[in-house]
Design a binder for this molecule. Structure first.
Ligand SMILES: NC(=O)c1ccc[n+]([C@@H]2O[C@H](COP(=O)([O-])OP(=O)(O)OC[C@H]3O[C@@H](n4cnc5c(N)ncnc54)[C@H](OP(=O)(O)O)[C@@H]3O)[C@@H](O)[C@H]2O)c1
Length: 333
């Protein structure tokens, strides 16, 4: 694993360039604010009329439509949702970007699955903070720094790597920029969110909640035991590792973990995980998501409504109302 830090980058590379950021959402806003605070003076936000455009303007940025924002930009940052990027590139970027500019992705989905074929004269980079923009910004302000991944997908100018490192440090990832490639970043990101972070963990919580409630236990207790306390354990794992987390819990809890964890996550689940990975690697998941978008997201909206109707949501709302100190520390990823 090749990792670069603050001292390996030259901030001057990004400071002297004009950066256009498409979208002012979770990532785009944090990148824009951190770049400005790192001394990048020439930043344009490409936005459509609406809440994001208003916010960017209120926070002091020049906001135009995408084509106007990118036309004299040296670096164009893809901060809009992945599923919208192909249409945005084709309509607003391809014919308007400067010769030899750099196209910078925050996640490799559209690039890896060939939904975008960047013009041959463009440098193509990936700089992906390892977490949400809200945390990237908070750590920048606190001075803690952040970790990011970067990849040089295409280097036409000979300066692509220096630019990627400079950009990565300027947005606050100077604690560690891990070099990867677009395939690896895309496939591990999709697999991680499906198997654990968003898919596996939420389904595990719901299944455990259902098991307790079906057996006659109070939904409030089921909520506390299966969802609310998860954060504490995840924090322990994040800070100390899994073995370190075991040291911090009671011997009874630890013994139960060894006895029941592998019974739950058994060979059948591991086989399914390999199938999920294979779906990602083969492009089956990406094709499915592209088709779903083209059809107007009917299954996506149905599944979202079904998830929102699960009984854990009603009890959770009641319980969270009793804990006003719980704040939005983790906004939309
Ligand atoms: N969120 C994360 O934690 C995270 C982490 C790593 C990488 N990424 C990557 O970062 C990229 C951006 O994701 P995000 O989570 O930051 O997205 P997001 O929070 O949903 O924000 C998307 C932004 O794009 C804007 N937008 C939508 N359509 C547009 C258009 N046609 N022209 C200009 N702007 C448009 C939206 O503005 P409106 O208000 O007008 O809709 C919004 O400001 C993706 O590639 C994602 O995979 C995200």
């Amino acid at each position: 694993m090749k990792t670069y830090r603050q001292g390996d980058a030259e901030l001057a590379h990004i400071r002297r360039r004009k950066v256009a950021i498409i979208g002012y959402g979770n990532q785009g806003r944090a990148h824009a604010l951190n770049l400005r605070d790192s001394g990048v003076a020439n930043i344009a936000i490409g936005a459509r009329p609406g809440a994001s455009a208003d916010k960017a303007r209120a926070e002091g940025f020049a906001v135009t439509d995408n084509a106007a924002a990118v036309q004299d930009a040296d670096v164009v940052v893809m901060g809009a949702p992945d599923e919208l990027l192909p249409a945005i590139y084709a309509r607003d970027l391809e014919g308007h970007m400067k010769h030899n500019a750099a196209l910078l992705f925050v996640h490799g989905f559209a690039l890896h699955f060939a939904l975008i074929a960047p013009r041959r004269d463009l440098d193509v980079l990936l700089v992906a903070p390892a977490g949400p923009g809200s945390a990237l910004r908070a750590n920048f302000l606190s001075g803690d720094g952040y970790i990011g991944l970067f990849a040089v997908h295409r280097d036409v100018t000979g300066h692509a790597k220096a630019l990627a490192l400079s950009y990565g440090v300027a947005i606050g990832c100077g604690a560690g920029l891990i070099e990867t490639d677009v395939r690896e970043e895309t496939e591990t990101d999709l697999f991680g969110e499906q198997a654990v972070l968003c898919g596996g963990s939420a389904e595990l919580v719901r299944a455990a909640f259902d098991t307790l409630v079906e057996a006659g236990y109070a939904p409030a207790l089921a909520y506390f035991e299966c969802l609310h306390q998860l954060k504490l354990l995840v924090e322990l794992m994040q800070v100390r590792g899994i073995a370190g987390m075991y040291k911090a819990i009671s011997n009874t809890a630890e013994y139960g973990a060894y006895r029941s964890g592998p019974r739950l996550i058994d060979e059948h689940v591991r086989k399914t995980m390999r199938e999920v990975l294979s779906d990602v690697q083969s492009g089956r998941f990406a094709n499915d998501w592209v088709r779903e978008n083209a059809a107007g997201l009917p299954h996506f909206h149905a599944m979202r409504a079904e998830a929102a109707a699960h009984p854990i949501e009603a009890v959770g709302e009641e319980i969270r109302a009793m804990m006003p100190w719980l704040t939005q520390t983790t906004q939309k990823r």
